[in-house]
Design a protein around this ligand. Structure first.
Ligand code: TXA
Ligand code: MG
Length: 322
């Protein structure tokens, strides 16, 4: 008999006492998984080398891939990094929220060098989720947190997803329900007065360009490259077939709006009404739901590329590339 170990014993509903306990765990150098509006994060005290090293070990993450530091507000960010005027405008507009800025580390920031993975920059985000905010207040330290999944796998949008993959490796999983945004934060770096899009995410290109008044430049593959944008990521066990019109007999299907892969053995629809916000929120949970051994693969219909569609298509392309 094969037993599946879901080890959900360390999931606790996020409430004042469990958040305080989680804050103490972080202060003691432990790992805590917690909800943000994008995906669940695997958090550690960003100033503690050993705690940060434990994140890399738990996720089996490559050491050259730096982590995002979560802080309570712009003031807390100003202690850690230097802002140029455009970055400050973007921060004022999109924080708190699903938005991450790459900025130059201050020599006095106290953040573990492991967090930056050898770069002289830090990725900073102010999360909007009330549990993430309460945890930052309880821990009284900046929290380094990548998505709480094994490196290369699908990001978690529920506490149960975290327990399935990392349950045994984390002291506590705070359960705050499903993540509302569902795709990770947008990662932006300003260089020579221009914003570069390092990772599409929960804040859309259109929203950012409305503030900057200029087209965002792409990740050039040069010094601005985001090391985490590996080509294979977010990968289910099954292979993904993109822009599918129909499905094979034993293939599962992922649809959007009126478009579903014809003939699929099982279908999930990202958004029956064709709403990209709803589709982003459903993306990772539906990929997990279809990633079952009774199917031979997952056929995915074409998804519009505007708005949150850019982040959805980015994740699907990486999930298909394996
Ligand atoms: O929504 C999110 O951003 C979630 C939640 C938990 O906040 N976190 C997240 O972290 O997605 P992670 O580690 O899965 O992705 C962080 C991304 C990676 O692509 C990483 O390479 C990039 O940010 N990054 C981090 N620090 C960087 C830096 N100093 N320069 C360039 N890219 C950086
Ligand atoms: Mg990730």
């Amino acid at each position: 008999m094969i037993l599946t170990m879901t080890d959900s014993g360390n999931i606790k509903p996020a409430q004042p006492d469990t958040i305080l306990q989680a804050g103490r765990t972080l202060q003691g150098g432990g790992l805590v998984a917690f909800p943000t509006e994008t995906v669940y994060g695997l958090g550690a005290d960003a100033t503690n080398d050993r705690a940060v090293a434990a994140i890399f070990a738990a996720k089996q993450r490559l050491r050259f891939n730096p982590l995002i530091v979560h802080v309570l507000d712009l003031n807390a960010a100003l202690q850690l990094v230097e802002f140029d005027p455009l970055s400050q405008r973007l921060a004022a507009q999109f924080w708190p929220g699903p938005f991450t800025l790459i900025l130059k580390r201050r020599a006095t920031c106290g953040i573990s060098l492991l967090v930056s993975a050898g770069l002289d920059t830090l990725a900073i985000r102010v999360p909007a989720h009330p549990v993430a905010q309460a945890l930052l207040r309880a821990a009284l330290c900046p929290i380094a947190a990548p998505s709480a999944n094994v490196s290369g796998k699908i990001s978690p949008t529920t506490a149960q997803h975290v327990a399935e993959e990392l349950g045994g490796k984390v002291a506590l999983i705070l359960d705050g329900g499903s993540c509302a945004v569902g795709v990770e934060s947008t990662v932006v770096q300003v260089s020579e007065g221009r914003a570069h899009l390092l990772r599409p995410g929960g804040i859309t290109r259109e929203q950012i360009e409305a503030i900057t008044g200029a087209a965002m430049l792409a990740d050039t593959g040069g010094p601005l490259r985001s090391p985490g944008q590996l080509e294979s990521h977010y990968a289910p066990r099954l292979s993904l077939r993109l822009n599918a019109l129909s499905a094979g007999q034993r293939e599962a299907g992922l649809g959007f709006g009126a478009s579903v892969p014809i003939g699929a053995a099982k279908i999930c629809n990202l958004s029956v009404s064709g709403d990209l916000t709803e589709a982003a929120a459903n993306l990772f949970a539906m990929l997990r739901a279809l990633d079952k051994p009774e199917f031979t693969g997952i056929a995915v219909v074409s998804i519009p590329s505007h708005g949150l569609g850019e982040a959805i298509n980015d994740r699907l392309a990486r999930a298909a590339n394996r």
